[in-house]
Structure formats: C-alpha cells, structure tokens
Design a protein around this ligand. Structure first.
Ligand code: SAH
Ligand code: SF4
Length: 423
C-alpha cells in the first residue's frame, strides 16, 4: 500500500514537481514509512543520517515524513530529528499539495483521520501506468488484533465507492494495464457503495471489474480469514480473471495463541476455509503470514503452527518474530517471556519448512506451459521478467520485443523464481 501511496503522492504534485534520481538534487525529500514492526520503523532514523549531510549542503531542501511512522510518532519525530520539516499521516495525503508549499516557511503537521476526503481526492485520474497496478479499495481496520498497530495508524475501516474504483481501474486498463491488485489492510471486508447506494462486497466488485475487456487478471490482498465469505470463495471456482492465488494470514496454528491475538478464528476453522477454497479451485496457490514468539507461545504452541503449515502446504509465506508495538494490547501486557534466541530458532525452523514447500510448489511447474504477464526487463541482456497467475516471478530470454502476455515453458525452478523459454 505504501508503494501505491507513493505513486499517488507523486502524481498529486506532478504539475509543480518532478522526480529526481538522487536526493542530493532534490528540493523536497519524502520518506514514506512503515510502522508495522520495530525494525521497519527504526530504519527511517538510520536513513535520516544521510539526509542530514544533504540538508547541510543545501539549506533549502525540505524533508517530509509520510506513512504510518509519521502517524504514530507525530510531533515527537521532529523533536527526535529536528531536520524533519513536515509529518503527514496516511489519511491526510490529499493535503500533500498544500504541505509541499507551506513547508517552505514553517514546520507542518497533518495527522487527522479524514479518510472520506482522501477517497474523494483519490478519484482523480492516475498518471503512472504499468502492466500491473495496485489499487487501494479499502483502508484501515476495526479488528484490533492484540499485536497490531494498523487500527491506530491507518484508522477505522473505510471502503471506497465501487464506481470510483471501477473508473480508476478502467482508466488504468485504457492505458495498458492488464492486472490489478486490489489493496486493503482488510481487503475482503470491503463493503463500498455503488452509484445507487447499494452495498457492494468484494466478490461483487471483482465481478464488475471482470467486465473491463482488456483487464486480464485480478488479485486482492490482504484478507482476514473471518471475512472469507462464501460468495468470494465461490468466485474463485468460476471466475475467469481472478488469479488462483490467495494471501490469507493465519499468524499461528495454536488456538490458545490465536485467542490471545484476538484473531477470532481457530486452527480448525482456518483449515475449513482452506478446504472450501480448494474444493472450488483445486490449484489455488496459498500464501500466509506468521508471527513466532508471541508472548506465552510455548514450544507446543509453536508445534501447532508447524502442524498447520504441514497440513496446508503453502506456495509462499512471510514470517516474522513478534515485535512489541506501542499502543497495542500485547505491548500493554508487558509480557515478553521468550528469549530472542528462542524466537530466532523458531523463526528459522518455520522458514525452513515454508521454503521447502515453496520450492516444491515451484518445482512442480517445471515442464509446464504457463501464461506470463510481462512486467519489465530482467537484469540480463534480452531478459524479461513477468509473473504467472499464481504470482510466481518468471524470467525468460527473448531477442525481440515481448508481448504483454507470453506463453512460456518452465525449464527451471528455484525458491523465489522460475526460468522459462518462450514457446
Ligand atoms: N490485515 C492482515 C495483516 C496486516 S499486517 C491480517 O489480518 O492478517 C501484515 C503482517 O505483519 C501481519 O500479518 C503479521 O504477520 C505482521 N505483523 C503485524 N504486527 C506485527 C507485530 N507486532 N510483530 C510481528 N509481526 C507483525
Ligand atoms: Fe492488524 Fe490485520 Fe488484525 Fe487489522 S486484522 S488489526 S490489520 S493484523
């Protein structure tokens, strides 16, 4: 979502500013930040050391911090790092235009939660075009998982109007886009309104987007298991454009930990969702997020997570060590009874298992013919890079200009990508 937001921020000042290649030549430097884990949030401060030197040589250069660190730390950021000139929270991006002017003469803070205004602003046409585009359809979250800062940094759950999304996607497709990835912190909880004020859920929204002729692929992320409703599961069975891919974070396989996390599902109910999905779409690639070392997670709880992984067989996954975030319920409990060493061991064990599954998923594609949506040039001469419908990266060689979609035979697989040759 930060990637999408960065594009929108840039687009909103295109009439007065252009993007430069290095910060040394910039009038304004913007850091769009992530607060989800401590490591991501701290990164910003280590980066700022470099900017300090640039600002010393060019006293008119302004430094703006956007994103969730800006929202969470607000004014305190400026006290900690006085070289910061403005701090803008994610729900105030429609003010970016104004801030970029105001910051020339004073420090600026924009930290309200005014999401409707932003969504109105987002209605404006896009300027950045590519074959595959992110489109935010929903923001914020009301779920309050015990470990998570999102409800505090992105605010309450809000959905954009379905016809605004349709217009944005249609415009992208008119300009060459073939795949959209619909975004939301809780994307499958989407419930926007159409022109006639009828409520539209995610399945209905996807069905309406499928009517855009030259749009070939649709994906959505990130979903919560509790909002994986029947209509959406069924859509995976018959949709011609929905990618056979789902990122469905489970976090843990232990019912005790899931309860402490306030996730509102059990290991069994998660597995039932996976069964229902596979009944409709047998070749679906499943992806997930995991947290290891959550307070009070015993070795036995961790084993429940490993068992769940073995049962599901994931095509891809992201896993993290628990990170205490200020303001969340689990941070307030102040229990942190698992040593860092133990957390590292569990993370390694889990990742080894997940990597084996991912490698197996990819290796099964060797000798298969797949459609690759070409997304750009690869690192080598005459090399192109694209993705399958299962969201795997494919590299292939071609000495002429590649079409937007190429039929490719997979000849080699690794953990993170596939190698193919054009048929
Ligand atoms: N809305 C999604 C997740 C969004 S946050 C969901 O409900 O699943 C993205 C991922 O970051 C989470 O799935 C979780 O695995 C990880 N994460 C969030 N807060 C974390 C924390 N405090 N410590 C470690 N990982 C965290
Ligand atoms: Fe965070 Fe996702 Fe839970 Fe919302 S549902 S609080 S975004 S982990």
């Amino acid at each position: 979502m930060n990637s999408y937001d960065s594009d929108r921020l840039l687009e909103s000042v295109r009439s007065t500013h252009e993007q430069v290649k290095s910060p040394e030549t910039a009038d304004v430097i913007v850091f769009n930040t992530c607060h989800i884990r401590e490591k991501a949030a701290e990164k910003i401060y280590s980066e700022l050391g470099k900017i300090k030197k640039i600002k010393k040589n060019n006293i008119d250069t302004k430094l703006i911090i956007t994103g969730c660190v800006a929202q969470a730390e607000g004014k305190a950021m400026i006290s900690r790092q006085p070289i910061i000139d403005a701090v803008i929270g994610p729900q105030m991006y429609h003010k970016f235009n104004k801030v970029i002017e105001e910051v020339k003469s004073k420090k600026v803070l924009e930290l309200d939660f005014d999401s409707q205004d932003k969504f109105k602003y987002l209605k404006k046409k896009r300027l950045n075009f590519s074959r595959s585009a992110f489109v935010t359809i929903q923001e914020g979250c009301d779920k309050f998982c015990s470990f998570c800062v999102v409800p505090f940094t992105r605010g309450a759950e809000a959905s954009r109007k379905s016809y605004h999304i349709f217009d944005e996607v249609n415009h992208l497709v008119e300009n060459g886009c073939k795949e959209v990835i619909l975004l939301g912190q809780n994307v499958n909880a989407y419930h926007g309104f159409d022109k006639y004020n009828n409520e539209v859920n995610l399945a209905k929204l996807i069905t309406s987007l499928e009517k855009i002729k030259d749009l070939k692929r649709i994906s959505y992320t990130t979903s919560h298991p509790v909002d994986m409703h029947e209509e959406l599961i069924e859509l995976h069975g018959y949709s011609k454009k929905l990618n056979p891919y789902l990122h469905l974070p489970v976090q843990s396989g232990s019912d005790k930990i899931l309860k402490l996390m306030n996730r509102k599902y059990t290991k069994t109910s998660y597995l039932q969702i996976i069964d229902r999905l596979r009944n409709k779409c047998s070749n679906i690639a499943l992806s997930s997020d995991f947290i290891v070392g959550y307070p009070n997670e015993t070795r036995r709880d961790f084993k429940d997570t490993l068992d769940l992984v073995k049962e599901v067989n994931f095509a891809q996954a992201y896993s993290f060590k628990y990170s205490s975030r200020v303001g969340t319920k689990s941070a307030k409990n102040k229990i942190n009874n698992i040593s860092n060493e133990e957390k590292n061991d569990r993370l390694q064990e889990l990742q080894e298992l997940l990597n084996t599954q991912q490698r197996k998923f990819n290796t099964d594609f060797v000798s298969k013919k797949v459609e690759v949506l070409v997304k750009g040039k690869g690192k080598k001469i005459n090399q192109y890079r694209g993705t399958t419908k299962w969201m795997q990266v494919v590299n292939f060689q071609l000495s002429k200009e590649a079409k937007s979609i190429e039929n490719v035979k997979i000849i080699k697989a690794s953990n993170n990508s596939l190698l193919g040759e054009v048929l």
